[in-house]
Write a protein that binds this ligand. Structure first.
Ligand SMILES: Nc1ncnc2c1ncn2[C@@H]1O[C@H](COP(=O)(O)OP(=O)(O)OP(=O)(O)O)[C@@H](O)[C@H]1O
Ligand SMILES: [Mg+2]
Length: 491
């Protein structure tokens, strides 16, 4: 129960984290947008207000005259509209002379604070009209425009008019209040939607985990069905299934291997037991006993050989065998091995020839390379009937060194060719074979070729002979500065 609940907790954690990231991102976005709206609204309203102020500024200059240091408003007093306009213009209003003496000021302006003589001087010096936002005692904002005014015989005065921004402020505040009242609701809604979405997105992941947990060593045929969405998860499933494929293949191989091993060991043991039993019951003379013992010994030897070779092969394939990495001349190895096998070949009246190029250097382990060559040539000797011919050649071709062992022997039927490199695989030949091999030689050859980055191939036709070819990467022995006899080659 522990594992599923832990998996559930993990999935929950991931779901929660996903949702949380949505919510945080969204909240930041919504808040940012809100502030942006506010700034835009504020800016628009301000621009609007200052446009109105432009008109009012022009209107003031139209209605106001200063004569003998006194402000006079010129307008048609019977025109109600004009009277109203002038009244509005004078609501937030200040007029001073160049020394800062107030000529006219409205009560609202007094509340904002009348400019000091120093400020008046600065304004006249700069000669510029400036807009500023100022606040009354009650905190009401006003947009105030202040600037020089020429009149009364080209004398300089300072003129200030203003507009209350209370309405604009109120609009912005109202917008903010409404907007930010909705934000928590939005975020909450999104949280719920995000939670549901994350759950949906993660469901296939949980399905995959469940399917994976039902795959066991004895049940490797199970595959996780693809969802057909072609997305990352399908890719994961595909990779996962491929991994199970490989596992299944290895498991089958291991199982087959154990069956083969037991079979290989049982046959000589059964034979030995039978012979000894018969001898025990029927042998009378010393000679008959001796014979039974001799046969038993032969079987024992074969058993020992199987076990020894298997052990070496397992060590090799699991990488427990330390391999040297040195410059080796393959041609020399071929000549040596041929020399060792000449007697065996002569016994069968076989013609064994060698042809080697100079400078056939490869990088690898001398002992293992000898084993490879020896296995191939002894197979040729073993599977070629009397008066046959075996040609061994080592050629240096471009970037490769090519070893070829060609015989005129019995050949290998096409359907068996892919399997001869498997452990214990022997081509069934129909006739009882007195010197039956173990079927392990070519497994070794294949492994040695692999760790030397060599390609191995076979061309053969029944009754016409076989050609085994191994192509090694060629090295230039002179450019090999240091030899490392102890170096390992990684399989
Ligand atoms: N040159 C060849 N001509 C014909 N058949 C061959 C040749 N080389 C290999 N074979 C076939 O391939 C099989 C596998 O060869 P392999 O060398 O692995 O095993 P083996 O020779 O039977 O036993 P050992 O383990 O003693 O070498 C042989 O049993 C034989 O049937
Ligand atoms: Mg062999």
């Amino acid at each position: 129960m522990g594992a599923p609940s832990a998996a559930r907790r993990r999935a929950l954690g991931l779901r929660f984290r996903l949702t949380l990231s949505y919510v945080i991102l969204f909240t930041i976005l919504v808040l940012g947008l809100g502030l942006l709206f506010r700034e835009t609204l504020d800016y628009t309203l301000q621009t609007n207000a200052s446009a109105i102020l432009d008109e009012e500024w022009a209107a003031v200059k139209g209605y106001l005259r200063v004569e003998r240091h006194r402000p006079i408003w010129f307008f048609d007093r019977d025109d109600q509209e004009e009277a109203f306009i002038v009244q509005r213009l004078r609501r937030v209003f200040l007029l001073t002379d160049a020394l800062g003496t107030v000529l006219e000021v409205s009560p609202d302006y007094v509340e904002l604070g009348v400019e000091s003589p120093g400020q008046v001087r600065d304004i006249l010096q700069s000669g510029k009209t400036v807009d500023r936002t100022r606040y009354s005692h009650s905190g009401e904002p006003f947009l105030v425009r202040t600037g020089p005014h020429l009149d009364d015989g080209r004398k300089e005065f300072v003129l200030s008019i203003g507009r209350s921004l209370a309405r604009e402020r109120q609009i912005v505040d109202q917008f903010m209040q409404q907007y930010f009242a909705v934000v928590p609701l939005l975020v909450f809604g999104l949280g719920i939607a995000g939670w549901a979405m994350a759950g949906r997105a993660l469901r296939p992941l949980n399905d995959v985990a469940q399917a994976a947990s039902s795959i066991t060593g004895t049940n490797l045929s199970l595959r996780i069905p693809s969802r057909g969405a072609g997305d990352e998860l399908d890719h994961l499933i595909e990779r996962f299934n491929a991994m199970v494929d490989r596992l299944e293949h290895s498991f089958t191989q291991v199982r087959q291997f154990s069956i083969d091993v037991s079979h290989e060991l049982r046959t000589p043991i059964t034979a030995m037991r039978g012979e000894l039993e018969v001898a025990l019951l029927t042998a009378k003379t010393v000679e008959q006993h001796r014979e039974a013992m001799m046969t038993a010994m032969e079987d024992c030897e074969r058993l020992g050989k199987v076990v020894r070779t298997l052990l070496q092969l397992s060590q090799a394939e699991t990488g427990q065998l330390t391999l040297a990495s040195e410059s080796v001349e393959l041609g020399a190895i071929a000549r040596d091995v041929v020399e060792q096998l000449l007697i065996a070949a002569e016994e069968k009246n076989l013609q064994l020839t060698t042809a080697t190029d100079p400078e056939t250097w490869v990088r690898g382990d001398q002992v293992q390379l000898e084993r490879l060559v020896s296995n191939l040539i002894s197979n040729a000797v073993k599977y070629t009937p009397e008066h046959g011919k075996i040609d061994v050649s080592v050629r240096a071709k471009d970037q490769e060194v090519i070893l070829e062992v060609a015989d005129t022997g019995r050949g290998i039927p096409l359907e068996h060719q892919p399997r001869i490199f498997e452990r214990f695989y022997r081509v069934p030949d129909g006739e009882p074979n007195p010197e039956k091999g173990l079927g392990l030689g070519l497994s070794f050859v294949a492994w040695i070729a692999k760790v030397h980055n060599a390609r191995i191939s076979v061309a053969s036709a029944p009754g016409r002979g076989s050609i085994f070819t191994v192509a090694f990467p060629r090295i230039d022995a002179r450019s090999e500065p240091v030899l490392h006899p102890g170096d390992r080659i990684v399989a």
